[in-house]
Design a protein around this ligand. Sequence first.
Ligand code: FPP
Length: 245
Amino acid sequence: MVAAADFSTDTGPRHVAVIMDGNGRWAQARGMFRTAGHRSGMEAVRRIVESARALEIPYLTIFGFSAENWGRPVEEVEELMLLLRLYLRSEIADLHKNGVRLRVIGERSRLAADIVNLIEHGETLTAGNSKLNFTVALSYGGRQDVVQAAQKLAEAAIAGEVTPQSIDQDAISARLWTAELPDPDLVIRTSGEQRISNFFLWQSAYAELIFLDTLWPDFSKADLEHAIREFRRRERRYGAVVTNR
Ligand code: FPP
């Protein structure tokens, strides 16, 4: 058992981002439908929010549904949207009670109107909370994020608000969907796959990447603690020689 105090925010990570992978394989290994894996995956989402809160991590982001996930079979997309509705309906009050601020990033216009309403309700209700900044990336793609930031900059240039020469890294960061969030220090991917899969391409420039064999539905507080320990071990080893951070 590790006490929460051992994970105080002094030594980071400040922002943990998670690519939740392996729901399908988890279900397959049990002779169940993929949808059963997603349902168990939703329970794991509840667990990681609770764990992040207990470990006093200030920012947690999960990759809930990628822009590319729209290409999955219609029934699977419908099931994922159903779970998202279920999650938002059942969790928003609890998130608020526990001091969690909810944000959703991604191509919101592609989501159904009732889901957008639930998201807006959740974001408004929890806007004053600061115990944990919990962000769900939905219909999110890292390249799409950079593209929409470029479009905003082009519009600002046309309006005479910026000049091409004035565009720097901060100007781009400020127009990404993640503008209100610090860059992730730690990106975790479950299920043994070692890819970023169009997640935080810009934002992960200096992040530590940790790949776990655990399938997402099995993800526990112990896995999060393990990843944080590994993150801190790497920080201690390389912190003194890396100056450009
Ligand atoms: C990857 O597993 C996971 C997803 C595509 C979506 C994650 C969704 C959930 C955890 C359900 C609930 C979501 C929210 C936001 C409440 P996979 O299907 O790619 O697994 P596989 O690689 O083993 O096939």
